[in-house]
Design a protein around this ligand. Structure first.
Ligand code: HEC
Ligand code: HEC
Ligand code: HEC
Ligand code: HEC
Length: 179
């Protein structure tokens, strides 16, 4: 009996970790949202995001302005410094094992920075059902999501007024969008 108990315990731990490896959603990259979120009819969220400064947040770190900001802080290369990447890319603090090959930090602040890792909710059958989508990892973001990055730790901080800033990045679904 004494020998069996640890074996069962180990088997249980192995099974549990296998199950959680399957259910921990992964970051897939904004490109995976494009096919369903680019048409006028659906509200072209992808195109609106692509034109926004969020999509350029990583590129920005290579600009002259970024170099000036970085140099003052003794940072040589803003695009490789954790002190800058922490807010200028998606899923900075997330383990690489939870990022699919289709994900790249070059997309800057992507859909999943605000809506959560998409591997499990991006399927049509899941997306169509809000509760299932949330269960599969979809976040419905609010002001708290924004102030993780829009705060005074930013060396170029500008006062953040949620309603105004939200209007600048608005990407609603038209009421007539297909359900
Ligand atoms: C296979 C098509 C498809 C893909 C891929 C897809 N979506 Fe969707 N998504 C939909 C549809 C359809 C809806 C509308 C659901 C409804 O209201 O019936 C939707 C709704 C949403 C909503 C609104 C949820 C709500 O209830 O307010 C968000 C946010 C969203 N998608 C984000 C994403 C993100 C981020 C990705 C990429 C990781 C993505 N979607 C990939 C089809 C898709
Ligand atoms: C992962 C970090 C992060 C999150 C989360 C985030 N942002 Fe941003 N946001 C940035 C960065 C970085 C920039 C600057 C990008 C650039 O200029 O290259 C930016 C730029 C912006 C801009 C453009 C400002 C300008 O002066 O050009 C607006 C508007 C904005 N964000 C609104 C929001 C809102 C609203 C939310 C929450 C719903 C949000 N952001 C969430 C990092 C973030
Ligand atoms: C705490 C999060 C955060 C960190 C850390 C951060 N940034 Fe930003 N950065 C932002 C946000 C948010 C914006 C958008 C400005 C705004 O509207 O508040 C931004 C904008 C910028 C801009 C565009 C100028 C502007 O005013 O819009 C540059 C350049 C920049 N950051 C460089 C850097 C560099 C270089 C580092 C590293 C030394 C860095 N950032 C670290 C959040 C951050
Ligand atoms: C900077 C954060 C941020 C990014 C990046 C972002 N979203 Fe959103 N998204 C939001 C917020 C906040 C809302 C809710 C807006 C509201 O409350 O009016 C939202 C709402 C939505 C909705 C529901 C709209 C509705 O009217 O029901 C869809 C669909 C959506 N986003 C898809 C996307 C897709 C696809 C991408 C990438 C191409 C993306 N979002 C990128 C913050 C973001």
């Amino acid at each position: 009996m004494k020998k069996i108990v640890p074996i069962i315990a180990i088997a249980a731990i192995v099974l549990m970790s296998m199950a959680s490896a399957e259910t921990t959603p992964k970051y897939v990259g904004s490109g995976k949202c494009k096919m369903c979120h680019k048409t006028e009819k659906q509200g072209k969220q992808f195109l609106l995001w692509e034109e926004s400064s969020h999509a350029k947040a990583y590129l920005t770190l290579a600009s002259e302005e970024a170099k000036t900001v970085a140099t003052k802080l003794g940072i040589e290369n803003a695009q490789t410094s954790d002190q800058c990447l922490s807010c200028h890319v998606t899923a900075f603090s997330v383990a690489d094992s939870l990022k699919e090959k289709t994900f790249s930090i070059e997309e800057g602040v992507g859909c999943e920075a605000c809506h959560g890792p998409g591997s499990d909710y991006k399927k049509m059958s899941i997306m169509k059902n809000r509760d299932k989508a949330i269960g599969a990892g979809l976040w419905l973001p609010d002001e708290n999501t924004c102030v993780k990055c829009h705060n005074k730790d930013s060396p170029t901080y500008k006062e953040f007024k949620y309603e105004e800033r939200l209007a600048e990045i608005a990407h609603p679904r038209p009421p007539e969008a297909a359900k």
